[in-house]
Design a protein around this ligand. Structure first.
Ligand code: ZN
Length: 198
């Protein structure tokens, strides 16, 4: 990339850090941006900075939101006694897209992975246990079916069992190692409806 000037190289390098963007895509994006009217580029930059500054965790479920309590948790028509545990906000969005789940969520922001050195203390598990002191009827564990997701599901079910709260796991119709967000809505619904009590 030495044939580009310093600032262009810098832009390409920054873009190449984004997930799923390789060197070629980064170059294409960089030149696309450079060919846009200045105000368009500025608006994009402002939106990114503004989102980063104002997005925070929901006080109840820890999903990313720009409010203190997210729209799902503040919706009184949702069933607040059913909590679905997911690994991240994208998984939550995948279930929301089905339009059929009426409970609320708990977002862990990760999964337990001894290999990567991620332990129970590194995800939002303590916060989940605190929530369970309220009136909760069922916890549905919807972590991915990867090794980390399964490890996390086992760990959570062992933690919750003594409380007497019903714990279930979404059905294994979700392909092993499958990212929840890449799975179609029908498969997700089937996984939810076919959940088994742990
Ligand atoms: Zn929330």
């Amino acid at each position: 990339m030495e044939y580009y000037s310093g600032k262009i190289n810098q832009l390409i390098e920054e873009l190449a850090h984004l997930p799923g963007i390789g060197a070629k895509s980064a170059q294409r994006l960089a030149f696309y941006l450079l060919n846009q009217p200045e105000e368009n580029v500025k608006r994009l930059a402002d939106v990114i900075v503004d989102a980063r500054e104002h997005i925070r965790y929901c006080r109840e479920c820890y999903t990313l939101t720009d409010r203190e309590v997210c729209p799902i948790c503040s919706n009184e028509n949702r069933d607040h006694r059913t909590i679905m545990v997911v690994e991240n906000t994208r998984d939550l969005a995948a279930y929301e897209k089905t339009g059929k789940y009426e409970g609320v969520y708990h977002v862990l922001h990760g999964a337990i992975s001894p290999m990567l050195g991620i332990g129970p203390g590194d995800i939002r598990l303590k916060e989940l246990m605190t929530r369970l002191q309220q009136d909760v009827g069922e916890v549905i564990i919807a972590t991915n079916s990867s090794l980390e997701g399964e490890t996390t599901a086992m760990y959570i079910s062992k933690l919750i069992k003594p409380t007497g709260i019903k714990v279930s796991r979404i059905a294994s119709g979700v392909p092993v190692g499958g990212d929840l967000e890449c799975i179609d809505e029908v498969t997700l619904l089937r996984a939810l409806e076919g959940r088994v009590e742990l």
